[in-house]
Design a protein around this ligand. Structure first.
Ligand SMILES: NC(=O)c1ccc[n+]([C@@H]2O[C@H](COP(=O)([O-])OP(=O)(O)OC[C@H]3O[C@@H](n4cnc5c(N)ncnc54)[C@H](O)[C@@H]3O)[C@@H](O)[C@H]2O)c1
Length: 366
């Protein structure tokens, strides 16, 4: 099996998760770690073990062994790091969101297209058994044709646990850009591309106080809306509602539900790879648990980048691809734009269809 060498740029909080999960795959190897903070890069190379090295960002970009850059920097740096990777002749897989602006996202897609390289990015949770089981339920017709969907991600922000939570309240942060990618990617996987959106947003608390240990008491100015509500018209005719919020202390809402002409599907937390799938149908008139698709060995963050490496080797399309991440990005912007201008915003036709399903592990390398 061809082993693709991956270089990681951005060695903060989430990088350990990738290090742990990448070990499942024989087709990828995390070989080099870089960060503007070299100590962090060194510590992650050690944590990864094997012969992984730490180096500067420039050294990593110039390393001829590396063919995919795993960009785990903060959102503000996603574009510049990804563009530099593409210019250095490497494919790139970004953490979410793809970039801050739509223009940046489109530039990455075009640059990759011109150079025969790949762009993709998080989340890859939609490739887990939870969302894929839901997709199969819908595609098997068990809930009839999709009528609507609701999605709720509500909490009180990240300043109580994240050691450096400032970026969540800066441009590129906020609950929609932070968590919306999980929910929107799941909805798009289940229902297909979105045609147009409306939205309303607000900032409920203009200042937040960090209560995690390192920066306890530090005040953060809130630059972005922290309660964001979107109305989503899917191209297949289904109508979705999404609320993402850092302003809600407690609630009883589900993560995602899909309503069909013949039943209702409860979708597990799209920030995880598995979870409980529940189905109610007109025929059964009761709730039942849907068993997840046959035991899936591959799970956890790194699945998307492993799939990208397989797809490059097989000359097929990777699932967590640039068009999908761009469509999620444009949808998040459109919700904010719709709120700012009091209008419905039409989306581009960049994404033409759902990504390929991943109903079994063998679909990954096939
Ligand atoms: N923390 C989580 O639980 C979590 C979960 C899922 C996704 N994410 C996403 O992962 C990304 C990183 O989040 P995090 O929590 O690890 O952040 P973090 O602040 O802990 O780490 C980011 C790292 O990137 C480095 N960095 C910043 N700019 C850089 C640049 N230009 N070049 C090289 N290195 C640079 C920083 O020095 C830092 O080490 C974000 O996009 C976030 O949305 C985070």
């Amino acid at each position: 099996m061809k082993v693709t060498t991956i270089g990681v740029i951005g060695c903060g909080n989430i990088s350990s998760n990738y290090i742990r999960n990448a070990r499942q795959y024989d087709n990828i190897k995390l070989a080099a770690f870089a960060d503007i903070d070299l100590d962090r890069a060194k510590s992650k190379a050690e944590e990864n073990g094997g012969d992984a090295i730490s180096c500067t960002v420039d050294e990593l970009l110039n390393n001829p062994e590396v063919s995919i850059i795993l960009n785990l920097t903060i959102p503000k740096a996603h574009f510049s790091v990804a563009k530099a990777a593409l210019l250095a002749g490497k494919s790139v897989y970004n953490e979410k969101p793809l970039t801050i602006t739509k223009e940046e996202g489109m530039e990455l897609l075009q640059l990759a297209g011109q150079r025969g390289l790949r762009v993709g990015g998080a989340p890859d949770t939609f490739l887990g058994a939870g969302i894929q089981t839901c997709r199969k339920v819908i595609e098997d017709g068990l809930i009839g044709f999709p009528v609507g969907a609701t999605a709720f991600m509500m909490g009180h922000g990240h300043e109580s646990w994240h050691p450096d939570p400032e970026f969540y309240y800066e441009v590129g942060g906020g609950p929609m850009f932070d968590m919306g990618p999980y929910y929107l990617t799941a909805l798009i996987t289940l229902l297909g591309p979105i045609e147009k959106v409306a939205g309303s947003t607000r900032i409920s608390f203009p200042e937040r106080t960090i209560t995690s240990e390192k920066k306890f008491g530090k005040k953060v100015k809130v630059e972005v809306p922290t309660h964001v509500v979107g109305l989503l018209d899917f191209r297949n005719g289904a109508i979705g509602t999404i609320i993402t919020s850092f302003d809600v202390w407690a609630h009883h809402m589900p993560c995602i539900e899909i309503y069909g002409s013949k039943g209702t599907l409860v979708v597990p937390d799209p920030n995880g790879f598995e979870g409980n799938v529940k189905l109610w149908t007109e025929a059964s008139r009761e709730w039942s648990d849907v068993p997840l698709l046959a035991a899936r060995k591959f799970t956890g963050r790194s699945l998307g980048v492993a799939d990208m490496a397989f797809a490059i080797a097989n000359q097929s399309e990777h699932r967590a691809n640039g068009k999908l991440t761009y469509h999620v990005l444009e949808t998040m912007h459109a919700i904010h734009e719709a709120s700012n201008h009091g209008k419905v915003v039409e989306l581009s036709k960049v994404l033409t269809d759902k990504p390929q399903p991943l109903f079994s592990d063998s679909d990954l390398s096939g």
